[in-house]
Design a protein around this ligand. Structure first.
Ligand code: NAP
Ligand code: MG
Length: 482
């Protein structure tokens, strides 16, 4: 029996008869669930339910919506370990990273609930005596959330909370690689007692369910996280129908290490942010651009950290890095390893699929470092989305910034230096939505916006105060009272 879809407050069978098996990426022989290949009819039913639920949900005072959302938070708190284990089972990341994801989901939702209570407007003196005017925010209607597999709990939580707090109802499609996390997420709302239709989930392929959730004129806004290629396609279709989009897409994030930097801190930071979630965070470090005088020493320290890392099943507490999320990822990353060698980069460590007892049945590639990488190489330009770090030499600050900016992406970045002038110049010049000084490229906080520039992001960013901004529209009222 296949798992079900969540439509109008109930778990129901998919309209589609086709199913697929999800497999644990650490042990492909282990089937973790059988899921429906949902179709356009499932999607239509979900949109119908969300549309029918909208008038009631928008009429509910925000404080009452917050009461329900706080029940969701309570359930997350009670189920931390259970949620972390589903994330590891489907995504492969280490339990430590899954637990951190549960915690960041909790914090981001908590912040967005509070923001949802502050949605208001403003008033200004008018040009007419006896006329009062104010500007307020209203919900849009039915919105859709299309999520990736790399943060299967955090991304739905971060997107859905502001959408719902603002009074919208929603349809949600989890990634096909993490349907069980999607189910666990929606269960929280079900058990919290959300009215039927306020949140609906359909599992199924991007090409059918995803397309229906992003192409229907009944959808008012789409919040998508995934690849730049799919984001671009969604935006093309959505713009025809005047549907607003919030697109969080790929990255090719650089850490720039200047000659005066604390090299050990820089190496530890690169080692952590390059291989967390097996290089499958959108904010992972994938390039280290290093000033020439410290290149060798930085590289040695980096190698030292990386060679200590233990690759294995994420569910084993002693594992530092888990498998890639599925066989498609394994193939893509494997291809890039060959591309890097062919392009003439020097392999320092890793570089080949792991084999042997513990590894044969899983999607394991070890943490890999390429040195002598040139800015024009494909491994320096394209998002690999795997545990591969490219180390590149820069002759000085200006060249380092040029290299860092010389890619189509612009999500995150970091500079390691103790020189205030160079740190501030880096912040001014870097083309990225997030910039750090002496910190991980992956660091973020719920109170601040999260989003990229160039091919990494489009539309009002998530999180912070802009999270809710995206899901509302303005209305201005003019009132003549005298
Ligand atoms: P993807 O193929 O773009 O998929 C993302 C989501 O879109 C999935 O739910 C997918 O469904 C769905 N989808 C696929 N084709 C679609 C279509 N034609 N119409 C509507 N929806 C469609 O991305 P991915 O390979 O799963 O995820 C990795 C990418 O996400 C990386 O590029 C990474 O950088 C990016 N990412 C970015 C951020 C950020 O915040 N900037 C965060 C995390 C990940 P299926 O699963 O059914 O294919
Ligand atoms: Mg894909």
């Amino acid at each position: 029996m296949a798992e079900k879809q969540y439509i109008n407050g109930r778990w129901v069978d998919s309209h589609a008869h086709e199913t697929y098996k999800h497999r644990n990426p650490a042990r492909l022989g282990e089937v973790t669930g059988v899921w429906p290949q949902g179709d356009g009819d499932d999607a239509t039913k979900a949109i119908d339910a969300a549309a029918a639920a909208f008038p009631g949900w928008r009429a509910l005072p925000a404080i009452r919506r917050a009461d329900l959302m706080k029940q969701v938070l309570r359930l997350i708190d009670e189920r931390r370990e259970e949620l972390a284990r589903v994330i590891t089972l489907e995504n492969g990341k280490t339990l430590a990273d899954s637990r951190a994801e549960v915690q960041s989901t909790y914090r981001e939702m908590e912040f967005q609930i509070a923001e949802g209570l502050r949605v208001g407007g403003e008033t200004k003196p008018t040009a007419q005596p006896g006329v009062f005017a104010y500007e307020t925010r209203e919900p849009l209607g039915v919105v859709s959330v299309v999520a990736p597999w790399n943060f299967p709990l955090n991304v739905p939580g971060r997107k859905s909370t502001p959408a719902l707090m603002a009074g919208n109802t929603l349809v949600f499609k989890p990634a096909s690689l993490t349907p069980g996390v999607g189910k666990a997420f929606v269960d929280l709302f079900h058990e919290a007692g959300f009215p039927p239709g306020v949140i609906n989930m359909v599992v199924g392929p991007g090409s059918t369910v995803g397309a229906a959730f992003t192409g229907s004129p009944r959808i008012r806004a789409i919040s998508f996280t995934g690849s730049t290629e799919v984001g671009r396609r969604i935006h093309r279709v959505a713009s025809e129908a005047m549907i607003r989009t919030q697109l969080e897409m790929g990255g090719k994030n650089a850490i720039v290490v200047l000659a005066d930097a604390d090299l050990d801190a820089a190496a530890a930071s690169a080692a952590r942010a390059a291989y967390a979630c097996t290089g499958q965070w959108c904010t992972c470090t994938s390039r280290a651009v290093v000033e020439k005088p410290v290149l060798d020493e930085f590289t040695e320290r980096l190698r030292h950290y990386v060679e200590q890392m233990k690759t294995g099943d994420g569910a084993d507490e002693s594992t530092d890095m888990g498998p890639l999320c599925g066989t498609e990822q394994l193939e893509t990353v494997g291809d890039y390893l060959r591309v890097g060698t062919r392009e003439g980069a020097r392999l320092l460590t890793g570089g080949e699929r792991l084999t042997g007892d513990r590894y044969d049945d899983g999607c394991f590639i070890p943490p890999t470092i390429f040195a002598d990488v040139k800015p024009e190489m494909r491994i320096a330009q394209e998002e690999i989305f795997g545990p591969v770090l490219s180390v590149m030499e820069a002759s000085g600050f200006d060249e380092a910034v040029r290299i860092a900016n010389g890619v189509p992406f612009g999500l995150s970045s970091s500079v390691y230096t103790n020189d205030l002038n160079r740190a501030m110049s880096f912040i001014e010049q870097i083309e990225a939505g997030l910039v750090h000084v002496n910190m991980l490229t992956a660091y973020k906080e719920p109170g601040f916006a999260f989003g990229g520039v160039k091919d990494s992001g489009f539309g009002t960013p998530e999180a912070g105060s802009s999270g809710i901004e995206f899901f509302t529209e303005h209305k201005v009222a003019y009132i003549k009272y005298r």
